[in-house]
Write a protein that binds this ligand. Structure first.
Ligand SMILES: [Zn+2]
Length: 228
């Protein structure tokens, strides 16, 4: 394990829990498919995996993530200065680009047919593209989701340039304007990319929201979705 990383964790531990004996700490960089870190206590040993995207990060950032992970596992409050330092670093352009790249290369996205039982996502996209976008948007990959998750109507994934819509809405009792609104919303994500990928992220910018209001049955669609 990188010796300095182990030392940083031991020092953070001492600050957080001055009266406890320091457990054996094993830290390694790990090639997660995203900006993830994990910490576990096993047989009195702390096992830590830090995303390899933080390799080469400034020491203050490594200290920040050490504090955050230790505070989490020992259920202590996270100090603001560390939270802020970490957030600022991962919101930087360089890290954002790296995260996107790594998700493309390491992440697998399960895509299914755009053709549902009731609705065809390609047809919906093409129709909306003509009606609202002057056919200016290039069609991304489109798929119905595997599960029927309600909590997520749909999402646009920039790493895989894909729009996924919850299969729940591929149903005869879902009016066309509702499914159109869901796809329209995701198309706006395609048109207005999020400004920063982590930290304080502006996903639904003012421009985004203004353009969303152009959808004629916006209120009716939102009402239908609320009543689900
Ligand atoms: Zn959205």
């Amino acid at each position: 394990m990188p010796r300095e990383l182990g030392k940083i964790f031991e020092e953070s531990f001492r600050v957080l829990r001055p009266c406890s004996a320091i457990p054996e700490v094993r830290v390694e960089f790990f090639a997660f498919a995203n900006l993830n870190h994990t910490i576990r206590l096993r047989d009195g040993r702390l096992l830590v995996r830090i995303s390899d995207l933080l390799k080469g990060a400034p020491e203050s950032v490594l200290r920040a993530i050490a504090h955050i992970l230790l505070a989490k596992i020992y259920r202590q409050p996270i100090e603001q200065k560390h939270a802020r330092r970490y957030r600022r670093y991962i919101a930087s352009q360089r890290i954002c680009r790296l995260v996107l790249l790594v998700r493309q290369l390491r992440g697998r996205k399960r895509m299914f047919s755009p053709n549902g039982h009731v609705y065809n996502l390609h047809a919906l996209f093409d129709d909306l593209n003509t009606r609202f976008f002057g056919q200016q948007l290039a069609r991304p990959q489109m798929s119905w989701s595997t599960d029927q998750a309600r909590w997520r109507l749909g999402h646009y994934d920039p790493a895989h340039n894909a729009i996924v819509v919850s299969r729940l809405f591929d149903h005869p009792r879902v009016p066309p304007y509702v499914i159109e609104y869901i796809v329209y919303h995701e198309m706006l994500h395609l048109k207005h990319p999020a400004k920063s990928c982590r930290g304080r992220r502006s996903v639904h910018s003012a421009d985004f929201q203004a353009e969303e209001k152009l959808f004629p049955q916006l209120e009716a669609a939102k009402c239908f979705l609320k009543c689900l």
